[in-house]
Design a protein around this ligand. Sequence first.
Ligand code: PLP
Ligand code: COI
Length: 341
Amino acid sequence: MEPLNPDWGNLPFGYYKTDYNIRTYYRDGKWGEFEISSSEYIPLHMAATALHYGQEAFEGLKAYRGKDGKVRLFRWEENAKRMRTSAYGIMMEEVPDEIFFGAVEKAVKMNARFIPPYGTGATLYVRPLLIGSGPQVGVKPADEYMFMVFVTPVGPYFKEGFKPVAIEVVRDMDRAAPLGTGRYKVGGNYAAGMRASERAHQGGFASVLFLDALEKKYIDEAGPANFFGIKDNTYITPKSESILPSITNMSLEQIAKDLGLKVERRKVPFDELDSFEEAGACGTAAIISPIKKVTDHSTGKTVEYGDEPGPVSTKLYNHLRGIQEGTIEDAHGWTTVIEGI
Ligand code: PLP
Ligand code: COI
């Protein structure tokens, strides 16, 4: 087999071909056996509901090579649960946890040579995908579903890594309606946010900050990541029905408590941005991306937090990564070691 020697330290967050992916189909009322494929393509019915009516949900988690050489998944049960919630939300067949984990474990094990070494900052991103594969022309749920898992080695989502980024507020577009699908990890939300996010990139911003769609008064989330602010020894993060419940954010809330901070999950008025000492975006792909400044073109106002990560964000970041890489005790039982690789 070809030796693998990419420049792990400079890997972008992108697609990198690996050896195998795992698939299974829900047909005639039951999930079938795993199929191991080395094809990057999926044969798909042209009338599949995923293509026409957006029956599609995905997940994102990572396998981390630890300092001790072990490979760990971080809170995969939460990803499995969220995928079941997403499936429920858009009327797809739910993937049982044992199928979710079985496919993830197999995909990681069979592509072990692509797991980046400890200390490079790169990780193996795991992408479970659930789609309506059965045909419909009328708007109704498919009878058949395909669940698959592929993996790809990645660097940090924001090329800056753990360096503060500039973001811009978006007021003329919404990612999700208040009672819509924002809390599910479905493709449609990403399509809805793409024009705003590309405009931000073209303007030199790393990401957008979405506000609540109803009043444009409260912070929702920061592109593909949740938002948090720090002030008065308190970790503050938005409570909203239209944001994705981030597993990273949930973990940071606990870590913040463990480190002696207070935690508030509540509506966060946009006007409160001024009062934060630090701000950040968090997610599996983004890890923690400190925010340097938030620009609001409608008022011409920019709130600045500085060019270097703040002390609390740094502590949270180091603690989270330490648990994921096995250098800090996993006091909450969040990691699962994948044996045999
Ligand atoms: N918000 C959105 C819209 C996302 O796509 C993600 C990524 O999954 C997150 C937040 C962060 O969620 P998590 O920490 O579970 O990866
Ligand atoms: C993640 O953090 O896993 C994401 O989903 C971000 C983005 C690639 C969609």
